[in-house]
Design a protein around this ligand. Structure first.
Ligand code: GCB
Length: 648
């Protein structure tokens, strides 16, 4: 997207680089300016959905185009007002705001970056089309230097459309009803199969930042190998530069790479743009409760220098750890890893999917309180800021792309799916917390053509990153599923005692265990459960229990635990993730009571009985893994004092 710029890429053994998008940071050569806050906002008339384009609402600041309202950014727009028309709106909405750019920025390039906009958007600056993006949940950016006024006020307009189609990731369909006794003329709705509300808007921060004009850092790729006795981390680093047309072919640039520990001391360096650095006695990156010092992060300072053209510096947080996998286990730094986690959503009252830092911190404190060590970013990539905390707290992530509930495996869908994987791996490839990619959740993998489709998705993802296992989360039967054979880890979702044999707790242990064993026998790969659970209305109690009560959720979990323990003892079951961390909003339908209630926490992050049950189990497993001593024991109701009695 950078105009008139050349990107110098390197193909590495561990990944094909140049896909990355570095988080905007202030450095000695870069400056940032956040455009979050209050924006102007309006919807298009349903009968004239393109009116914003035909009336060129982007040609002046949006508030001059007629009625607008004020809208906070970042946030979903759906739940900000009391109007169901806005909550359920489908089509183009418009955002706009004005801003100044310091005149000192004129000497640089100016990049405009959106953390995510759902789903499709067109960006205009000072009335001119600047760039477009399709696909929510992932950052995108462009060089907007040529659009900016450095001596007067600027305005940006963003047209955002939440419509999903057969070829978007995820899919949806816009249904027009025939005028009839049932529907008035022109009646239409957006239908989708996935089970979370299709929140829309500018969901994550909007940032303007500078990079030096002639040469800058385009991307950095890292990977680590860990050797033992003595411990050495072999860190491979590749720095890609981006140069403009002034830079002549044959002109050279140099790199300077420094690895700095948490105390600010340099532990390794190189003057090459591609380097393999041996770090002796490193502080390895360990998951929470696997070390006294989980989530240890170093800083990689990279500088590109081109005499006569300038230089650029960037500071990338990195963690030193290696992931390995075989037919029955997954290892971090050669220690077996067992997932104790959950599926989650970016979801909260009023904000919808808008980034909300207090909520993010509350969630991580609850994760630690539970003694959990991991979660899946079901069912789309989460905000950079959320991922940063996973890195620094040592919370392990299965990083999922937005391919949820796919059907009709056609070429245009595949192209968008591959692009979504490219953008996801590009953004998160350097994160130590990410130890597995998930290319999707519950596709209709009983269809024949899903096999070849997912083979291609696997191959593509493998070409992007050779250092992590790749999975696809499936809910099909092991006999009819065509897709999971191509993946490294079998991840399955099962709702025994809930969607099947509801109320029959006595069947769960056997059904879960025999299903897990079938998958193991059929695929011969590590197996984990990525969803199980029950909707539970907080405060609803009954003895004996019935579906939807807090007792039923707790009992369903305990029946599953028995099956998990047996499967684990057989040596190929690598983890359990309950569905879901917290209650979340869905579309309206008869089986949902103002959303999905399978959370172990309520939507406002207070515990149900199940949260205590899960905390008890996760702390117990953590303790069995030998590194943990809890004081006092069985005090999961409170934050236990933890000491690590032996380091792996
Ligand atoms: C699933 C889906 C998840 C749903 C969940 C449920 O299998 O993966 O998105 O929310 O079931 O509660 O039905």
């Amino acid at each position: 997207m950078i105009s008139n710029m050349k990107t110098l890429c390197v193909i590495l053994i561990f990944s094909q680089t140049c896909n990355g998008i570095l988080y905007p940071r202030d450095t000695e050569t870069r400056e940032t300016k956040v455009l979050d806050g209050v924006w102007h906002f309006k919807t298009s008339d349903k009968m004239s959905p393109d009116e914003g384009f035909s009336n060129a609402w982007y040609s002046t600041p949006l508030e001059y185009s007629g009625d607008t309202m004020l809208m906070p950014v970042p946030a979903s727009y759906n739940d900000i007002t009391t109007d169901s028309k806005l909550r359920d709106y489908v089509g183009w909405v418009w955002y706009g705001r004005s801003f100044f750019v310091p005149s000192s920025w004129a000497a640089n390039r100016v990049i405009l970056r959106f953390g995510s906009v759902h789903y499709t958007c067109n960006v205009y600056i000072n009335g001119k089309p600047a760039f477009n993006h399709s696909g929510g949940h992932i950052p995108f950016e462009a060089d907007v230097s040529e659009f900016i006024n450095y001596t007067q006020e600027n305005f940006v307009s963003v047209a955002v459309n939440n419509t999903l189609t057969r070829y978007t990731v995820p899919q949806g369909s816009y249904i027009w009803q025939q005028a009839s006794d049932k529907y008035p003329p022109g009646y239409s709705t957006l239908e989708y199969e996935f089970d979370f509300f299709n929140y829309a808007g500018i969901h994550r921060p909007v940032v303007l930042y500078t990079i030096p004009r002639h040469i800058s850092i385009q991307d950095i790729s890292t990977s680590t190998r860990v050797r033992h006795n003595p411990t050495v981390a072999e860190l491979t680093v590749s720095v890609q530069a981006r140069t403009d047309d002034m830079f002549q072919l044959g002109d050279d640039y140099q790199c300077d790479i420094q690895i700095i520990d948490a105390a600010g001391l340099e532990v390794a360096n190189s003057s090459s743009c591609f380097a393999v650095l041996a770090i002796q006695n490193p502080q390895l990156w360990w998951p929470y409760l696997m070390s006294e010092n989980p989530g240890y992060m170093y800083t990689l300072k990279a500088t590109v220098i081109a005499p006569g053209y300038g230089k650029d510096s960037y500071y990338l947080p990195i963690g030193l750890r290696e992931v390995k996998w075989d037919n029955s286990s997954l290892l971090i730094n050669d220690e077996k890893f067992y997932f104790r986690g959950f599926g989650r959503h970016e979801d909260s009252n009023i904000r919808g999917k808008g980034l909300d830092l207090p909520l993010v911190f509350r969630d991580y404190n609850l994760i630690k309180w539970l003694g959990a060590n991991s979660y899946r970013t079901s069912h789309y990539p989460y905000a950079d800021e959320i991922m940063d905390l996973a890195d620094t707290l040592g919370i392990v992530i299965i990083d999922e792309c937005p391919a949820v509930a796919l059907d009709h495996f056609e070429k245009p869908l595949l192209a968008n799916h591959l692009q979504a994987m490219t953008e996801l791996v590009g953004r998160d490839k350097n994160r130590p917390s990410v130890i597995m990619w998930s290319v999707g959740n519950e596709p209709r993998s009983y269809r024949n053509d899903s096999g070849e489709y997912f083979r291609q998705v696997y191959e593509h993802t493998r070409s992007l990153d050779g250092t992590r296992p790749i999975t696809l989360v499936v809910n099909a039967d092991y006999k009819t599923d065509h897709a999971s054979q191509h993946f490294d880890v079998i991840a399955i979702n099962r709702y025994f005692g809930w969607y099947s044999d509801s109320g029959h707790l006595e069947l769960i242990q056997n059904q879960t265990l025999s299903d897990l064993r079938h998958w193991r026998q059929a695929r011969g790969k590590p197996v984990m459960i990525t969803e199980y659970g029950a909707d539970t209305v907080t405060g609803l109690h009954m003895l004996p229990s019935m579906v939807f009560t807090e007792e039923y959720q707790a009992q369903l979990m305990m029946q599953n635990f028995k099956a998990f323990d047996i499967a684990r003892s057989e040596g190929w079951f690598i983890g359990e993730m309950i569905w879901n961390f917290a209650d979340f909003m869905t579309k309206q339908e008869a089986r949902r009571v103002a959303g999905n209630k399978k959370g172990i926490f309520t939507r406002d992050r207070q515990p149900k009985m199940s949260a205590h049950v899960l905390a008890s189990r996760y702390w117990q497993i953590a303790e069995q893994e030998t590194f943990i001593e809890r004081k006092p024991k069985n005090m999961y109701l409170f934050q236990p004092q933890v000491s690590i009695v032996s380091h792996p």
